[in-house]
Design a protein around this ligand. Structure first.
Ligand code: PLP
Length: 384
């Protein structure tokens, strides 16, 4: 592997491919691989391609623009998106055969107008029901109206209702009572839709955590995001899932120096050495998506250098941070692994999440900025 000039993200597409394959085996239903937000920081197009190779029947994004970018990159399979604003251009996604999601009658009316404007074929529309997350989706009080409107548009030849779906609030806490309540509500919504005459090809409720932890919620497909990137969707709640983190974030040590006892480090001097030590300068900071919450008032997040874990000392700055080398003197230019696969013995995105008081999702999705991102394929050359 060539040395990164300064700091880089390396994404192993073989890991994504294997994770998708593993999750499909585990769940036994179709896979909707979620590649929104630039594939959780892994690269949307590349991650989507690897997910397809691993068997994903569907890709999903939040926005219409993301879905169209998949088409522009050559993806011809089923694609679902689910987050629109009033005045959205539905003509392009309909023409591209993308499944759009409606939460309301107003959205269905906008989609109808787009179908009529093009005079083209039917749109593919999924309806999202709010079963208790209280975020997007039709609230229970509007289920009948939205579903009847969806059925009417289908009868009028405007669209096919291809899916009905909902989303959990607490799937990473499997014992939380909201999970049972939401699944029950979803079954009630499906029964109502059936009574109204809708026969969607795809009913789906589970994200990664529910896909793994709640077999009853798998229905026709599962929408897996975080798990396809190899991160644990419910840390501490899952047995070993056999997934491999696809992302490694690394940098090169920019400087090594001695620190006297009593010296304080970085902005605000929030950490002071209580004994003489050595420190290293890592040339990446919050301008590269390193959370400032990783700062070390006491300890901070850790990085791996030469097989050892080194804590961040003092504040993470825009472009750089300082780690404690505890008297050792690795060479400048040596590799610093911020996080990667646990098999490599380095800190993980989950370790960073815990150090920063957040979730692994945010660590991988927000890292980037000026860092180069490189895709590798550790299965290349072997049979896929
Ligand atoms: C992001 C998202 C997912 C994927 O969730 P994970 O927990 O990453 O598997 C699934 N469904 C919806 C609606 C989402 O917004």
């Amino acid at each position: 592997m060539p040395d990164p000039a300064r700091a880089e993200i390396v994404v192993d597409l073989a890991a994504i491919r294997r994770n998708v394959r593993r999750l499909r085996e585990l769940t036994g239903v179709a896979m909707i691989a979620v590649v929104k937000a630039d594939g959780y920081g892994h690269g949307m197009v590349e991650a989507g391609r690897a997910a397809r190779e691993g068997g994903a029947e569907w890709l999903a994004t939040a926005t219409i623009d993301e879905a169209l970018a998949l088409r522009a990159a050559g993806d011809t399979g089923r694609v679902l998106c689910w987050l629109a604003v009033p005045g959205e251009d539905y003509v392009a996604p309909i023409a591209a055969g993308i499944d759009v999601t409606a939460y309301s009658v107003a959205e269905l009316d906008e989609i109808a107008a787009a179908v009529r404007a093009t005079g083209g074929g039917r749109a593919r529309v999924q309806v999202k029901l709010d079963t208790g997350l209280s975020r997007g989706g039709a609230p229970r009080s509007a289920w009948r109206e939205v579903l009847e409107h969806a059925r009417a548009g289908e009868r009028d030849g405007l669209w096919t209702v291809t899916g009905l779906w909902s989303h959990f609030a607490c799937s990473d806490e499997p014992e939380h009572p909201a999970n049972d309540a939401q699944e029950t509500a979803f079954r009630e919504a499906l029964a109502l839709a059936d009574e109204i005459g809708l026969r969607p090809e795809l009913r789906h409720l589970a994200n990664s955590a529910a896909a793994v932890l709640r077999p009853s919620a798998r229905f026709d497909a599962v929408r897996c995001g975080i798990a396809i990137y190899g991160l644990d969707p419910a840390p501490g709640r899952t047995h070993d899932l056999g997934l491999t983190p696809a992302m490694t974030a690394r940098a090169r040590l920019a400087m090594v120096k001695d620190l006297d006892a009593g010296a304080s480090v970085s902005y605000g001097h929030i950490w002071t050495a209580d004994h003489a030590t050595t420190v290293g300068l890592v040339p990446a900071g919050y301008g590269d998506g390193i959370p400032r919450h990783a700062s070390g008032r006491d300890h901070g997040a850790e990085v791996g250098i030469g097989g050892k874990r080194r804590p961040i000392r003092g504040r993470v700055c825009m472009d750089q941070f300082v780690v404690d080398l505890d008297g050792d003197r690795p060479a400048t230019g040596d590799e610093v692994v911020l996080f990667g696969a646990p098999a490599a013995g380095v800190p993980t995105a989950q370790d960073w999440a815990e150090a920063c008081g957040t979730i692994n999702y945010e660590i991988v999705t927000r890292i980037g900025g000026r860092m180069h991102r490189r895709h590798v394929d550790t299965d290349a050359g072997s049979e896929r």
